[in-house]
Design a binder for this molecule. Structure first.
Ligand code: ATP
Ligand code: MG
Length: 365
């Protein structure tokens, strides 16, 4: 799969920007603040319906403007697809696929997969469990529609149970209203766990192989899925009962798949507690390459690879390793402030399919 054209209107710092991409390596270069990451952010929006820097759509709207429009022309199996996301300042959103409106962002998930490697993503290895959970939930949603469905069912039920817990805490309802959600929560939660287990198993297979193919000799990186408790319906039910008073007190559900953690282990030790900067960076690259392979295997689509500030973040050998893994036929968009690393890595911008795109920083008034 590839993106052929991108048209941005009032998106971040871009008033109107039109870009055409090659099918190979596209290098977007320009000064700090010229809007390189914003271009990747726009491409990312088509993939899972949201940016990787913000969850608020209005942050994407250029200051002082009334609406933004992002249009992308994608090519799948020689067929073009035009996707357009329109968003107004007051929150009205319209998404069109080939001119036809779709019901919401959820419909975009999995259709135009991208794999992003960016400094912002480092939180996946460094941040708290919710960041890793979000990473895996997003990835599993991209490769599996059934997972996306059970996860959104579970999340909806969880919100309803939490709302009921708050009402009981405030003496505005009785415990029956909390128990009313139990069966469905247990049912959806158990489904989330079982599908996660299956998909996580596939992911770790790809991670193991990626580590063998990529990492320097002797490097061992693994990931462990830590659940809050045993993931069968009876145990879940018991845990909900055991925690009921605490849940009422807190106004939220303290057990369930929404509390799982994924622990990253580097050379036998918890990366979050012991990892060096370089080890975090290396682990992120490995996770991302495993993500790429999982998406390719499960959807049959070669995702677009978005590499933000690759050279600033990885040393020469490691960025060389990442670039050497870019398989033929993978469209890649790399951002960089200058072309020196591109020459160092012997990327031939004149080669068919490759392209260099210069972005000028707009004048500040
Ligand atoms: N909603 C917005 N409206 C107008 N400008 C914005 C908005 N959001 C961000 N910007 C500005 O857009 C510019 C481009 O940001 P971006 O992060 O894309 O630049 P970049 O080229 O990736 O820079 P760097 O090389 O430092 O990573 C920044 O100056 C930022 O302040
Ligand atoms: Mg940037």
């Amino acid at each position: 799969m590839s993106i052929k054209e991108l048209d941005l209107i009032s998106f971040r710092n871009h008033k109107h920007l039109q870009l055409a991409f090659g099918k190979g390596i596209n290098v977007i270069w320009g000064e700090n603040g010229s809007g390189k990451t914003a271009v990747l952010e726009a491409i990312h929006t088509f993939s899972i319906g949201r940016s990787f820097r913000t969850s608020r759509f209005r942050d994407l709207l250029k200051d002082g403007e009334e609406f933004f429009r992002v249009t992308g022309v994608f090519v799948h199996d020689n067929q073009e697809q035009i996707i357009q996301v329109n968003q107004t300042k007051d929150g009205r959103r319209r998404i069109l696929v080939n001119g036809m409106p779709i019901s919401g962002l959820k419909e975009l998930i999995g259709k135009n997969p991208v794999v992003l490697l960016s400094p912002e993503e480092q939180d996946i290895t460094k941040g708290n469990p919710s960041v890793r959970r979000a990473f895996f939930d997003r990835l599993f949603s991209v490769v599996s529609q059934p997972f996306l469905q059970v996860l959104s069912d579970y999340t909806r039920t969880l919100k309803q149970r939490n709302a009921a817990l708050c009402l009981v805490r405030d003496n505005r309802s009785n415990i029956k209203s909390v128990k009313a959600w139990e069966d469905i929560l247990v049912d959806n939660g158990t489904k989330v766990w079982s599908q996660r287990e299956h998909l996580f198993g596939q992911f770790t297979d790809h991670l193991r192989r990626t580590v063998i193919d990529y990492a320097e000799d002797g490097v061992e990186v693994t990931c462990i899925h830590e659940k809050t408790q045993h993931s069968n319906p009876d145990q879940f039910r018991k845990a909900l009962a055991a925690n009921l008073q605490q849940d009422i007190h807190l106004g939220r559900t303290t057990v369930g798949p929404h509390r799982d953690n994924y622990k990253l282990v580097f050379q036998g030790k918890d990366l979050r507690l012991f990892g060096s900067q370089g080890e975090h960076k290396l682990t992120l690259v490995l996770l991302k390459l495993a993500e790429f392979r999982l998406i390719h295997k499960e959807t049959g689509i070669l995702p677009i690879l978005l590499l933000d500030d690759l050279f600033a973040k990885l040393d020469y050998q490691r960025s060389e390793n990442v670039l050497s893994l870019i398989e033929k036929d993978v469209q890649t968009v790399v951002t960089t402030t200058d072309l020196v690393p591109i020459e160092q890595h012997r990327i031939d911008l004149k080669q068919n399919g490759n392209k260099s795109i210069y972005l000028e920083r707009p004048c500040r008034v």
